[in-house]
Design a protein around this ligand. Structure first.
Ligand code: WT7
Length: 571
């Protein structure tokens, strides 16, 4: 779809002259804005929370406005500092040390954020897990990371297969706890007794801070390892791209189980000292508009899948609410349809700014800045300090308008530093000094990047990344399923839905009941978002001679496309 560019609006934007900023840019200048640049004392929790709590002018500012269907609460920077100090003391009492992996498996809540910063304050590595994960997903991640401690709720505890996790020594329960085993720690009880004073564990910029598990096209989910140094880019992009000012009321809709919910739900907003709205509970168009109207949200970071649902709810739903507080709206996670941008101009009288990045990149890389013309359908241009290009499979740069691998020149601050215990996997991301994203794209003559699709079999459903292997593995655990091949099928609202092709074991007949049972099996065993919406029973699944499922062929069949090269197909 060819559309007219949408010009930037007048405004007091933090980053004004993009071209000039790029030319004279030096990450060293951004570093100077952190207290550690002078003191040498590094810890992202300090920069994010305590620094404001120690500033008399800011300590009583509301840092967090929390609301869920059954709870509302606010915390100041001072209160968040105190709570996280207390939790750091609890961790210390239970012998958590620098470098230990401490996982969080619970819904968004004030306790989540206090625990998260407590973990960083003792120098441990935080591993947030999405609350909808079921047993298999939880086990794979805790097992791979060797987590020694988990913070969860009594309700979610039943999804934690403790007997299979020998390295998991302690479990902190947030909520009523009837367990008496010494493995369990009662959050509220221990917090009551803990001191409010804590001496932060100062770390190195290259020390571990976060593990986020994400999916590739093969194998189990992998642990993407981020270090404290990432805060430099969280801060800078919060300033340039989110355009945050200290009196902003900011809302990022992502769950901290995904990287958007940490980089832009925690670090970027609070490094920039704004009031951060956190909303739990399920999505409805009305509840989302209400969140904006009630809290006077000024900057809003969300995802195409949510925006498309708002479009479906119609302009009349938007018109019921006073959304005039909104100044700046942004999107991430999947292609932002030009139609949605057009609708945004009508519904909010604002442009929606697309941003592109990945779990592995730790922060935004290609963006639409508030001061830049938007070309609807384009992800924008690389931020200052980042070089992006389209390369071929040998790592050579391609000229404008040619499609290829979207790649980033190594060396930006928030880049992952490892795949947890898998150096080979980490190495496989790089060629000739370029980080290869796995996305295909092209760059136009003016330097705007245009997303074309994934080059591998990774599925993007409602903005959530799902590895087909993980779903296939779960499917074949069902007694009726012999083989499984899983693909992403285009869907107007969700981007893609998960479609599974299966063959049945002898003695099983295809039926609606069986298919539903198999779907439920994945939903309750792995997670709801990974459960196939469509399951088709086949006589055979196409495989290569070496036994690999040919997902590409399944996809071509599904979409009625030419099947291409099938020379490796098994007889
Ligand atoms: C993949 C990364 C960290 C951001 C949230 C998702 C897709 C991301 C866009 C965009 C088109 C996008 C890519 C990317 N993606 N942003 N603006 N336009 N596609 O992080 O789960 O690690 O997924 O999401 O395919 O590789 P993620």
């Amino acid at each position: 779809m060819d559309m007219q560019p949408i010009a930037a609006r007048e405004g007091n934007h933090n980053l004004k002259d993009y071209e000039k900023a790029r030319q004279s840019f030096d990450w060293e200048d951004v570093k100077k804005e952190f207290s550690w640049y002078e003191t040498g004392k590094v810890n992202a929790a300090y920069e994010t929370i305590d620094r404001h709590a120690e500033n008399p002018a800011k300590k009583d500012q509301t840092a967090l406005i929390y609301s869920s269907p059954d709870r509302e609460e606010t915390l100041t920077f001072h209160e968040l500092k105190t709570m996280s100090n207390k939790f750091a003391n609890v961790l210390k009492k239970h012998h958590v040390q620098k470098g230990d992996r401490v996982f969080l498996f619970m819904p968004r809540s004030p306790e989540f954020y206090a625990s998260f910063f407590g973990i960083l304050k003792v120098g441990a590595i935080a591993g947030p897990l999405f609350e909808a994960f079921m047993e298999q997903a939880v086990r794979d991640r805790l097992d791979d990371s060797g987590a020694s401690m988990l913070i969860t709720t009594p309700e979610l505890l039943e999804r934690v297969p403790q007997e299979e996790l020998p390295e998991l020594k302690k479990i902190v329960l947030v909520g009523f706890n009837e367990e008496s085993d010494e493995r369990y720690i009662d959050y509220f009880h221990e917090m009551e007794q803990a001191s409010e004073e804590f001496e932060i564990e100062w770390v190195d910029l290259e020390d571990g801070m976060l593990l986020h598990y994400t999916s590739g096209s093969t194998g189990k989910p992998k642990g993407v390892y981020h270090v404290h140094n990432a805060m430099i880019q969280h801060y800078a992009t919060g300033n340039w791209v989110l355009d945050l000012k200290e009196d902003d009321i900011y809302w990022c809709t992502a769950d901290p189980g995904w990287v958007t919910g940490t980089s832009y739900g925690i670090f970027a907003p609070w490094l920039n000292g704004v009031t951060n709205v956190i909303r739990g509970g399920r999505f409805t168009a009305d509840s989302w508009y209400e969140t904006i109207a009630k809290n006077n949200v000024t900057v809003w970071y969300t995802a195409p899948t949510a925006l498309r649902k708002l479009v479906s709810a119609g302009e009349q739903t938007a018109k019921k609410y006073d959304l005039s507080s909104l100044r700046h709206v942004l999107s991430v996670g999947e292609p932002l349809n030009p139609e949605v941008i057009t609708w945004g101009v009508k519904a909010f009288d604002l442009r929606i700014h697309d941003t592109w990045w990945m779990t592995e990149t730790g922060a935004m890389l290609i963006v639409n800045l508030p001061d830049m013309d938007i070309r609807p359908g384009s992800m924008g241009k690389p931020i200052p300090g980042v070089e992006a290009a389209i390369i071929d499979n040998e790592g050579n740069e391609l000229p404008p308008n040619q499609m290829g691998n979207l790649a980033i020149k190594q060396g930006w601050p928030s880049m992952m530093r490892a795949i947890w215990q898998n150096p080979g996997k980490y190495e496989s991301y790089f060629i000739n000094g370029w980080y290869v994203s796995g996305d295909s794209a092209y760059k136009d003559e003016d330097g705007y990047f245009w997303f074309q699709g994934r080059l591998d079999d990774v599925i993007n459903t409602s903005g959530e990344r799902v590895g087909p292997f993980e779903v296939e593995s779960k499917l074949i655990e069902h007694p009726a399923v012999s083989e499984a091949g899983v693909i992403g099928k285009p869907d107007p609202e969700r981007g893609e839905i998960i479609k599974a092709f299966i063959t049945l074991n002898e003695g099983y007949e295809a039926s609606d009941e069986l298919v539903e049972d198999i779907r439920k099996f994945v939903k309750t065993g792995l997670s709801a978002h990974a459960a196939p919406r469509e399951i088709e029973v086949k006589d055979t699944i196409p495989k290569t001679r070496s036994g690999k499922i040919m997902r590409r062929l399944l996809k071509s069949w599904e979409l009625g496309l030419p099947t291409g090269d099938t020379s490796t197909l098994e007889e």
